[in-house]
Design a protein around this ligand. Structure first.
Ligand code: UDP
Length: 329
């Protein structure tokens, strides 16, 4: 399929782009490169269009030129603490940006969209594991902006004959098994890259937020899912999507790991102790977030292969060790 990936030079978007290429599709990335990396896109001269999702005309033009049959909309801001500190940016990029993408799709006649949504659209105090039918009562601006974007997509789809699939990621993590591609943001707030930056001496230590949660060791439980498995899900979802269809799927392993368990697994992978300390809970952090992925497994035959913590941190360590300063080196 001819596909356009907004945020296709970013961490998850570029993993999907490479996977789609390997599986016979024809994807291009549309990315402003504020957080994305040109080096993450193979054959960037041909496959990367530099542009911002706010620029509807440029995006429309890119869709038309590529004759895109579907959009995968990855471009977003994705840090819970940053969204609390600066909600303006999150509404602008995640909400207004999604509206721009939908408007460009209408202008270009592209009728299918996959959307990178999140576990943060759910409420934190209901059933666990979370199902697609669980209450969506987000508790942070990040979660709220992603939920509003889901609503935008549903309303546009209904009115303008589009088909959509909402993919609600849990904790996207890991690196390409080749060791050549991985996580590299200008401003990092996610656990695993911060742990490995501490292992490599790029920061003095990693701080663990909260040790008094009602979990097995007092630290937060998250469901880590490998980017290659996310990519497989995107492929299955786009290949089965038709205009007029509307679906939502959780993308998580179904298993939770605590922050301390992740730290220990990183120490095992790196073969050395990693300096860390403890601080109070981070605002907006729920104690436990675990997915039920049953729906996508049942509907599309999603079969995650890399989403155990050991494989996630082993692939991430290989990447960070090889490129301690990321793609820029
Ligand atoms: N975390 C932490 N120290 C850090 C960054 C994250 O203890 O420097 C914890 C955070 O409280 C959460 C988990 O690690 O429980 C995963 O956080 P991350 O920001 O990677 O993803 P999120 O779950 O917020 O999407």
């Amino acid at each position: 399929m001819r596909l356009l990936l907004t945020g296709g030079a970013g961490y998850v978007g570029s993993a999907c782009l490479r996977y789609l290429l390997e599986n016979g599709h024809d994807p291009i990335a549309y990315d402003n490169l504020l957080e994305g990396n040109r080096e993450a896109v193979p054959d960037a001269a041909k496959r990367l269009v530099e542009g911002d999702i706010a620029d509807v005309d440029r995006l429309t033009d890119a869709l038309k030129r590529h004759q895109a049959e579907a959009v995968m909309h990855f471009a977003a801001l994705a840090s819970v603490p940053d969204s609390i500190a600066d909600p303006e940016a999150y509404y602008r990029v995640n909400v207004a940006g999604t509206k721009s993408v939908l408007d460009a799709m209408r202008a270009a006649g592209t009728l299918k969209i996959l959307f990178s949504s999140t576990a943060a659209t759910y409420g934190f105090h209901g059933e666990m594991p979370l199902r697609e039918t669980s209450a969506q009562t987000p508790e942070t601006p990040y979660g709220t902006t992603k939920l509003v974007a889901e609503w935008l997509i549903k309303d546009y789809a209904r009115a303008y004959g589009m088909g959509y699939t909402l993919l609600r990621y849990f904790n996207a993590s890991g690196a390409d098994p080749s060791g050549e591609f991985g996580e590299d943001r200008r401003h990092e707030s996610h656990l695993i890259p911060l742990v490995f930056q501490a292992a490599l001496g790029r920061r003095p230590k990693v701080t663990i937020f909260g040790s008094d949660y009602p979990t097995r060791d007092g630290t937060c439980v998250r469901d880590y899912v490998h980017t290659t498995d996310l990519a497989q899900a995107h492929r299955l979802a786009v290949e089965s999507l038709e205009p007029g269809m509307g679906r939502a799927y959780n993308l998580g392993s179904g298993t939770g790991a605590t922050v301390l368990e992740v730290l220990r697994a990183c120490e095992q992978a790196a073969g050395r102790p990693i300096p860390h300390d403890f601080a109070p809970r981070r605002p907006g952090d729920p104690g436990v977030l675990v997915a039920s992925p049953d729906r996508i497994v049942g509907d599309l035959g999603w079969a995650p292969r890399y989403s155990d913590v050991e494989t996630i941190v082993r692939t991430a360590w290989a990447w960070h060790q090889r490129r301690p300063h990321g793609y820029s080196e």
